[in-house]
Ligand binder design. Structure first.
Ligand code: CA
Length: 239
């Protein structure tokens, strides 16, 4: 059971979703506008927020930013457009997952369980020591990562992706496996590629001679430190 906050301005959808989630044993609070939703979130400390992006008072993407400024609560966005560019942007802005409207409440409930499972699986310091792959250190307990001692800033999904790869070093991991284990869904393949390319950039991987993330076309991706193969940074003009 979860404490769900539903932010949705359409009264018909709101009633139907509240009823469906109630019937599945969740405690549901709802708000009909962005500002009401933000207030309910601050007062009620929900376990998960379902956020409609098309709200009358505040742009949904802006509201997501406002939520992220004050809280790490899992947010599932409900979008009317099945547009991967938009979805990738929302995930990058801190959404944990998404549903495309009109959605089946049973599907929404599966996404709620998935984000809560991900949250519950947070490792703790004692049983999950930092992972080390060559010069890369991924600390799952503190959710920090560093390359050669230099910390790197990652979004939540980038971190989860990197941590998953770092816990399977030297093994080619398929995109389907990444989707299942990190995204916990099967229908967002392109967002994996996009996150991999962001991750590469943040790790400082050169596209032609990557140091850490090695893509095996049509098979998957492998994390390994091949520092000797990578070009030396800050090389002089004469090489
Ligand atoms: Ca709406």
């Amino acid at each position: 059971m979860a404490h769900v906050l539903l932010v949705e301005d359409d009264p018909g959808i709101r009633t139907a979703v509240v009823r469906a989630l109630h019937a599945r044993g969740h405690a549901v609070q709802s708000a009909g506008s962005g500002l009401d939703g933000l207030q309910a979130m601050l007062v009620g400390t929900p376990g998960v927020v379902v956020l409609d992006l098309g709200l009358p008072d505040v742009d949904g993407e802006r509201l997501l930013g406002m939520i992220r400024a004050v809280s790490q609560v899992p947010v599932i966005v409900a979008t009317a457009r099945d547009d991967e560019g938009l979805i990738v942007r929302l995930l990058d802005a801190g959404a944990d997952d998404y549903v495309v409207k009109p959605y089946d409440p049973a599907h929404l409930e599966a996404r709620i369980r998935a984000v809560l499972r991900r949250g519950a699986a947070q490792p703790d310091v004692a049983i999950d020591p930092p992972l080390q792959v060559g010069g890369l250190v991924v600390d799952r307990a503190r959710r920090t990562a560093a390359v050669d001692g230099r910390p790197i800033e990652l979004t939540r999904l980038e971190f989860d992706l990197l941590a998953y790869l770092a816990s399977n070093p030297g093994r080619v991991v398929s995109r389907a496996e990444v989707l299942r284990e990190v995204w916990q869904r099967t229908d967002a393949a392109r967002t994996v590629d996009v996150h991999l390319s962001w991750l590469r950039r943040k790790l400082g991987d050169a596209p032609s001679h990557p140091r850490f993330i090695h893509v095996h076309r049509g098979v998957g991706v492998l994390l390994e430190d091949r520092v000797e193969d990578a070009p030396v940074p800050h090389q002089g003009p004469l090489g």
